[in-house]
Design a protein. Sequence first.
Length: 166
Amino acid sequence: MRHRVAELGLGDIRGDHAVINSATGSMAQVLRGFLLILWSALLVATVVNPSAVDDNAAVATAVVAAVYALKFGWRRLTAWLGVNRCYLCADGVAVTGRFGRVRDSVAWSEVTGVQQTTAVGHVVAFHRIEISRSRSAVPLWFVAPGAKSALVPALLGEGRRSGALQ
């Protein structure tokens, strides 16, 4: 995947970070959050009245562990395949889609601004980043998962280093 991004002429790749499909990724975060809340309530019920639960806490713990193991395994697999990634390059930014192909890219020389929206709640957290361009009316946008995504400071740092952002 890295060779496809390198062929765009955006210079050396300085970092790559995970991005999510806004609808699917947010829904997965919400479902994992509700699963964690339900599991916590079940553990509290187990501590309060152990006879009322009938070993369901062990099954629920196994389900939660399996879901989070799948999540981390999926992260490693998509990183290896180059799926849903944001590549920060010396001369621009490239974003890949769900099949690992470059969805969109922009050179730092065309960037007019970066707008960031953050949503943090009990069950979901993400950053929506929109990069405005000088030549095109359609901005490059993507969603970075997590409350403290490493993508946001890295993107702003690369933009400042290249002179596109203040």
